[in-house]
Design a protein around this ligand. Structure first.
Ligand SMILES: [Fe+2]
Length: 486
């Protein structure tokens, strides 16, 4: 029987579900022209809602993943969207009803869908994860990734068909909940792909020791080298930095504790007294893990990092505390803190740690030209806001380009009207184009029209009007992350 969706801000306005799959063969261009030298595809992923939980609730990690692809070729655009058919979604589709329920299915913000699954005969042994957070290129295919109890899902970039779990799934460890079968290994949502070796550099986090484990995965997936870390508490470790030789993990004091759920509290909590512990993990064999300490703050996403002499230079927006509610941190949603572009400098020779603020503007969803991941780089691209800092952090209406070689000088492009923009993805003009010579692809929700556009911006002339605007007849619910593949 059809059931109403729960009343939650997570399912209202721009977040309302778009449960239809479809194809648009020739999308409308309502402004400018699609560059003929821009051939490839933009992929976006985000949570969508096919069904509420079996208990009738909806939390941030309940939304099934949906991938949206914008294919560009010879000046024309086409669009396709498909669900990520995880084992959980496939089982529920087979029975045509919601089957999964979680111990943290609370009727309000405490509901995340991250706690233990309450199992029944149908769900026994089936991973509950939804793979709704990020996509990364992998061995000529694409991985859809979440953070909640399912291994990376392999997808066909052309058809968006779900091909199954990644072949190295069983080599990975537990996530926040223990494995339910031998293939139920866990990998974070933000592994990095080394631009030279195509290695996948990632990590897992768990509520059982070791709380954090780094994984170095070879380009063909056959070799997985796992390094358990002596992390001091079980963190929510969403993103990290990679350099040519190191993985740098900012372990911030947002903790998972299952015992909170039994007390009617959110499984995630903010424990600032535990401080930040930064792990520097050598990517190749040999060498010890190094640790750096700093006071409580919060890293949600990283821009990029590089090695300069004996130092590791790590850039990204840093918050005073998480920009989402957690146990011990009840947020007033009108006063969410701003993420500000910061630089951490970790000196491997003398063990010192330095933090500096490079820009005061409210930013998030940082990206770079992915050909320079972990290497010396010049340009950072972020979503930003022309609103005053302190307003909702994700109420972004602008794109910023930082020139890191020029004192983080910013060029900003604000999209007029009542809009929500998300993470900009860079596409080089040609495979051998210089760093930053290309386009930024930006999903935009037009709130009053209740539909979406894709903007193509010239990354070197960001203050000019868009190169092209591609209009969709429908709204794509917010997609936190994406990639460009050519
Ligand atoms: Fe993310």
């Amino acid at each position: 029987m059809a059931q109403p969706l729960p009343e939650t801000p997570l399912l209202q306005g721009p977040m309302a579900p778009w449960p239809m799959e479809g194809d648009i063969a020739d999308a409308f261009v309502t402004q400018g022209e699609i560059p003929r030298d821009l051939n490839g595809a933009l992929y976006r992923i985000g949570p969508n809602v096919k069904r509420r939980s079996a208990r009738g609730t909806y939390g941030f990690h309940h939304g099934d993943g949906m991938v949206h692809a914008l294919y560009l070729r010879d000046g024309k655009a086409s669009y396709r969207n498909r669900w990520v058919r995880t084992p959980k979604l496939a089982l529920e589709d087979k029975h045509d009803r919601a089957l999964f329920e979680w111990e943290d299915d609370f009727p309000d913000w405490r509901s995340l869908g991250w706690a233990h699954v309450v199992r029944n005969a149908l769900t026994d042994g089936v991973p509950a994860g939804v793979a709704n957070t990020n996509v990364v290129p992998w061995a000529r295919k694409m991985l859809a990734l979440g953070e909640d109890a399912v291994a990376p899902i392999v997808m066909d970039p052309r058809t968006l068909e779900t091909l199954g779990l990644v072949e190295f799934a069983r080599r990975l460890g537990n996530g926040v909940t223990p494995k339910v079968n031998e293939d139920d290994g866990f990998l974070c949502a933000h592994p990095k792909v080394d631009p030279e070796t195509q290695e996948l550099v990632g990590w897992g986090f768990s509520t059982e020791e070791p709380y954090v484990t780094a994984h170095m995965i070879s380009a063909d997936g056959r070799e997985v080298r796992s390094i358990p870390l002596d992390a001091p508490y079980p963190p929510f470790l969403h993103d990290a930095w990679v350099t040519k030789d190191y993985l740098v993990l900012p372990i911030c004091p947002v903790t998972f504790r299952h015992e909170r759920v039994a007390e009617g509290r959110c499984i995630l909590g903010w424990e600032p007294e535990l401080g930040v512990h930064v792990a520097v993990v050598p990517r190749r064999g040999g060498g010890k893990v190094r640790w750096f300490r700093t006071d409580a703050c919060y890293v949600l996403h990283t821009q990029s990092a590089m090695q300069v002499g004996d130092t590791l230079v790590c850039d990204g927006p840093i918050f005073p505390h998480p920009p989402y509610p957690a146990d011990g941190l009840m947020l007033d949603w009108t006063r969410v803190p701003a993420g500000r572009l910061c630089r951490w400098t970790l000196d491997l020779a003398d063990g010192s740690f330095r933090s500096e603020i490079l820009d005061e503007r409210n930013i998030e969803f940082p990206r770079i030209d992915d050909r320079f991941v972990g290497r010396p780089y010049r340009y950072g691209f972020n979503a930003g806001s022309s609103f005053a800092a302190g307003e909702m952090y994700n109420g972004f209406n602008s794109i910023l380009r930082y020139d890191m070689a020029d004192g983080a000088r910013a060029v900003m492009h604000t999209i007029p009207g009542n809009v929500l923009v998300s993470e900009p993805v860079f596409a080089p003009r040609r495979a051998d184009a210089p760093e930053g010579d290309g386009y930024l692809l930006v999903p935009v929700i037009r709130l009053e029209e209740n539909r979406s556009d894709f903007l193509i911006l010239d990354a070197q002339n960001l203050d000019r009007e868009p190169v092209a605007t591609i209009a969709l007849p429908h709204r794509i619910p917010p997609t936190p992350h994406g990639i460009w593949l050519s």
